[in-house]
Design a protein around this ligand. Structure first.
Ligand code: NAD
Length: 300
């Protein structure tokens, strides 16, 4: 793949802004578009070319990356802007986190139009998007993956072919369901340890090298001053917002229902984040749920 390949990038928010900038830094002509003038201006400052509309960004592009809030936004942009303007054979990479059913329908509709599409959601937050260290999980054909891999590699540290259409989204929501449940389990264990009179740092030192060890504890410790520097050390700001965790848990529940899967821990995690997000007006990081669990009586 040539580094000067023309790439349309639609959705330049918290995640897309840094991702588009990394493609521009790698030498690509990135035709950027966002409904927000502020987001678009930031992308232009970071080396992207301003497009007046999504349609203009797509015309003449060899690949189209979307990083949008939800399935309906991606389906809407594909129908209104991508399908009427993309040349046959154009590669479509949707990096948004969306429901599996819409991801599959989008890829099917793209294939019918002679386009090559993959779902390629990410693991990693805003810092990883800016640093180009995201993990991409890709669903689609071997051809789609082979063409997408070198583009995604410019925005991430790992690019994995998860399987056929929709497999990337399936991997993403299963991963985040595991993360949501493991974060709550980590928080309640730390809160209980504290109430039992254990020094949280001591508990961290012990559990980190014992069978309770997990990423939520050792890489994302939810208490300030314990373990590595995490959003907990920054007033629970600047990490992965609890509202986004809730979004992913809702998608996981929807997917579980569609295949009649039993997910009791994921389901409870969704209920707990549902209550936390409803009460949290400040967009805190998902690890802030420890503050609810530290209360003298858990209200959830
Ligand atoms: P965001 O809200 O910051 O950005 C979305 C952008 O899309 C906004 O700038 C918005 O103006 C733009 N947009 C919406 N509709 C549009 C349209 N029709 N045409 C053009 N632009 C449009 O969201 P984000 O945090 O960047 O997340 C993007 C996606 O990545 C979501 O699906 C999210 O679930 C996923 N994700 C986010 C994180 C994170 O930490 N923020 C981590 C992993 C995955």
């Amino acid at each position: 793949m040539e580094n000067d390949m023309k790439i349309a990038f639609i959705g330049l928010g918290n995640m897309g802004g840094g991702m588009a900038a990394n493609l521009a830094k790698a030498g690509h002509e990135v035709r950027a578009f966002d409904l927000s003038e502020e987001a678009l201006a930031r992308a232009v400052e970071a080396g992207c070319a301003r497009a007046a509309s999504a349609a203009e960004a797509v015309s003449g592009a060899e690949a189209v990356v979307t990083m949008l809030p939800a399935g309906r936004h991606v389906a809407g942009v594909y129908e209104a802007d991508v399908f009427p303007n993309a040349a046959p054979g154009t590669l479509l990479l949707d990096c948004s986190t969306i429901d599996v059913a819409t991801a599959r329908a989008n890829i099917e509709a793209s294939t019918a139009k002679g386009l090559v599409a993959v779902d390629a959601p990410v693991s990693g937050g805003i810092a990883a998007a800016n640093a180009g260290t995201l993990t991409f999980m890709v669903g689609g054909t071997d051809e789609g993956f082979a063409r997408a891999q070198p583009i995604l590699a410019k925005m991430g540290k790992a690019v994995i072919h998860a399987g056929d259409a929709g497999a990337g989204q399936a991997a993403k929501i299963c991963n985040n369901m595991l993360l949501g449940a493991s974060m709550i389990a980590t928080c309640e264990s730390l809160a209980l340890a504290q109430k039992l009179g254990l020094d949280p740092q001591k508990f961290f030192d012990i559990a980190s090298v014992s069978s309770g060890q997990c990423w939520s504890l050792t890489s994302y410790a939810p208490l300030p001053g314990v373990g590595p520097t995490t959003p907990a050390d920054n007033g629970y700001k600047g990490g992965f917002a609890a509202a986004l965790m809730l979004k992913d848990l809702r998608l996981a529940m929807e997917a579980a229902q569609s295949v009649d899967a039993d997910v009791p821990m994921g389901s409870r995690a969704r209920e707990l984040y549902e209550a936390f997000v409803a009460a949290d007006k400040d967009g805190h990081d998902f690890s802030a749920i420890i503050q609810t669990l530290q209360g003298s009586r858990c209200p959830l």
